[in-house]
Design a protein around this ligand. Sequence first.
Ligand SMILES: N[C@@H](CCC(=O)N[C@@H](CS)C(=O)NCC(=O)O)C(=O)O
Length: 198
Amino acid sequence: MKLYFAPGACSLHPHIALREAGLPFDLVRVDIRAHKMHDGSDFYAVNPKGYVPALMLDDGQVLTEGAIIDQFVADRAPEAKLAPPAGTMERYRLQEWLNFIATEIHKAFGPLFGNDETVKDAARARVARRFDLVAKTLASQPYLLGQAFTVADAYLYNMLRWTAHTGIDLAKWPALQGLFARVDARPTVQAALAAEKS
Ligand SMILES: N[C@@H](CCC(=O)N[C@@H](CS)C(=O)NCC(=O)O)C(=O)O
């Protein structure tokens, strides 16, 4: 498999999932502004959506949408327990978190990476309201689904890394700082970060 990624982008959480699952994969770096790979080839030819993450399977199919790639990876390594089994209520809880992070947190960061200063305070307030909710869950348990790490925690961690560059002070949410520290300490996470830098 090949994971198309950009350093610091939202391809980090499926990257962490692949390492946690222990599956073999190659990394392909994408310039997401130019929509080109290192060799100059057109990323749109791989993913017509033009964005990372994209996972090319060994049969050439390309799977997109980080929350779906996470679950695909988790289901290929059930022993790693990165997601509860499909069809269980717990799996729907995982999907509830993944969808919440994708649509309510991830996309709320969008304006904070742009140049329109007039919308940034509103975007920060929106992210903060979502963080308030997540922090309530994490005040009484170490991970989003309870006692064990899942791909939803990797996705949340990916988002929390963006706060440092977008003027959001994570110190307001000690429970989120705790999740950040727990996930950051995982060897797979440090390996993913190192691989994305090299
Ligand atoms: N819905 C997609 C969104 C992915 C996305 O926003 N990717 C960004 C990086 S974090 C990107 O590659 N942007 C470049 C572009 O859209 O052209 C997902 O959740 O995987």
